[in-house]
Design a protein. Structure first.
Length: 319
């Protein structure tokens, strides 16, 4: 200030080389003056106040253009290297630097973030359900481990109106910003009624009966009684078919067990050897027709003997 010339022990000072707050000292040494004292100057180097932003660490690639704020949360204004980011054109880890304007002493802000693809959570949920099935509770956690809630968390097909069920899953807060909602649709299928070509009655003298395990529509299942011996059943028998494949109802089948009819004949049992030939009737007193093992008996041929003849029903499938 007095016009005294001299040199400083530290000439130009590069403030950018100071990485933290601190003091530097430089001494002024007069030149050409014999009556001037040296002056020591201490300077405080302040690294500057931090600029502060509340910015997401992840940005979804489907968010479109992302515009960065021109001032931090404390009102410090500045510019970004890239002020507007088209997140659909970049991917992976990215960085951007905010440079404060000249006024004040503030540090630059380095913003690092990740560009992520949209996450479509997957769930193990059937595309269709049978009308007679038990209620289905929808899982809150996806296969990838993301948590959320359904607007309709349970489907009871027996009370559901219409032939379709729609529910939307909303992810819980605090997870990926690229995690979106999921809407599902489950079709309600009406059950098929099994069809079988089964008799409604069986003769007690028939062979052991076995129920078929597949119906006429290829529906597989099991019977509560798989086989039975008609000769051991009195009255009727009921068996229930329970499907094991497809959407089908149970079926109950009842069979009557019919006792065989015994033909009734009015026949002579004693003959004289001189009697005429005896023709056996082809129909019983109760109308059952058939044939005899010996349709005509000539008594003279059986003199002094007894003879046995058998009547066979003309309709073998009758009982």
């Amino acid at each position: 200030m007095e016009g005294i010339s001299g040199d400083w022990s530290l000439g130009d000072i590069d403030l950018s080389t100071f990485l933290e707050n601190g003091f530097i000292t430089s001494t002024f040494i007069p030149v050409g003056s014999t009556c001037s004292a040296q002056v020591e100057l201490t300077i405080l180097i302040d690294e500057g106040d931090d600029t502060v932003f509340e910015l997401p660490s992840e940005i979804c690639s489907e968010d479109g253009l992302y515009v960065l704020p021109t001032q931090d949360i404390n009102g410090v204004e500045g510019v970004w290297d890239i002020p507007i980011i088209d997140v659909s054109t970049v991917s992976g880890s990215q960085s951007n630097t905010f440079m404060p304007n000249e006024l004040g002493c503030f540090t630059p802000y380095l913003y690092t973030f990740e560009i992520l693809e949209k996450i479509e959570p997957q769930f193990t949920i059937p595309a269709s359900i049978c009308r007679i099935d038990d209620a289905l509770t929808l899982p809150n956690m996806s296969q990838e481990g993301y948590e959320g809630v359904w607007d309709i968390p349970e489907l009871d097909p027996q009370t559901q109106l219409g032939d379709a069920f729609i529910s939307t899953w909303v992810p819980s807060d605090g997870q990926s910003s690229c995690l979106g909602q999921v809407t599902i649709e489950i079709q309600i299928t009406e059950p098929t009624i099994p069809e079988f070509d089964l008799p409604v009655a069986l003769c007690a003298q028939e062979d052991i009966f076995m129920f078929p395990l597949t119906d006429n529509q290829a529906i597989e299942g099991t019977w509560s009684i798989n086989t039975f011996d008609p000769s051991l059943i009195s009255g009727s028998i009921t068996s229930v078919f329970t499907p094991t494949t497809g959407c089908a109802e149970s079926l109950s089948w009842e069979m009557d067990i019919v006792q065989p009819l015994v033909p009734n004949f009015t026949l002579d049992t004693l003959f004289c050897a001189l009697d005429s030939m005896y023709i056996l009737p082809l129909a019983s007193n109760d109308g059952i027709t058939g044939t005899w093992s010996m349709p005509i008996i000539n008594p003279i041929d059986w003199t002094g003997q007894s003879v046995e003849v058998n009547f066979t029903n003309a309709y073998q499938n009758q009982c």
